[in-house]
Design a protein around this ligand. Sequence first.
Ligand code: COA
Length: 228
Amino acid sequence: MRCMPAAGFARPIEPLKQGEIALWLAKVSALQDVAGGTADAPSIEQAAQMLDAEETERLVRFRHLEDRMSYLAAHAGARMLLGRLIDVPAKTLRFEPSAHGKPALVAGPADFDFSLSHARGAVAVAAARMSIGVDIEPLREVDDMASISEIALAEEERKVLWSAPAALRSRLFLRYWTLKEALLKAAGLGFTIPPNIVVIDAGPSPAVLSVPDALGPAGQWRLIASAV
Ligand SMILES: CC(C)(COP(=O)(O)OP(=O)(O)OC[C@H]1O[C@@H](n2cnc3c(N)ncnc32)[C@H](O)[C@@H]1OP(=O)(O)O)[C@@H](O)C(=O)NCCC(=O)NCCS
């Protein structure tokens, strides 16, 4: 795993090796701006100029400033990171969605994949020369755990959740949720697959236990979790 300190870089960076993952994680503040901007941290205006017409149209539709800033950071950040990894200017990258909506680089290297996630206050972008999915969620108390866990978790996972100490349950639920969402994003299917038919072990060394046929063999997927 190559954890990137910034999404943008003044100089080219090492291309990805087979099996390597580049990950950029960042906090996003609604008020944060860097006057003038730098190659590592562009200003809001410079970031907005990297987006294409469709991204710009989606950006302005966000009603909450925090959501807008996270969307901007994730999309500009993805462009900067991917552009550096394949040595193409960020603004010229073009994306096309798959049948289920996973964006892919147009004319990118054949084995190259990426994934992004934006939540209020934080963003994540991951890239690799294999299928990859990333998800980020703010740690918080989860309301209505009983009904949401029915939708998100398989029966055996719900048993693990409800046997955990009450004070740890929200954290455990969010761990299940982000790992499953990342897996479904890696497969390019998102929530077209109900998350409660995917079974994982969300323990200290997370693992995929059982998946529907659309995801292929469970053993081909690797899960990585972190709480920051
Ligand atoms: C992918 C999905 C799980 C994202 O969930 P989320 O928690 O709202 O959002 P995140 O910030 O973590 O991820 C969003 C990003 O995932 C990516 N994404 C969208 N669909 C995806 C898919 N099928 N597979 C992988 N990644 C996908 C996009 O980059 C998206 O960013 P954008 O909305 O800014 O363009 C959810 O939107 C989904 O299941 N979509 C697919 C099903 C669907 O509705 N399809 C209809 C289109 S055919």
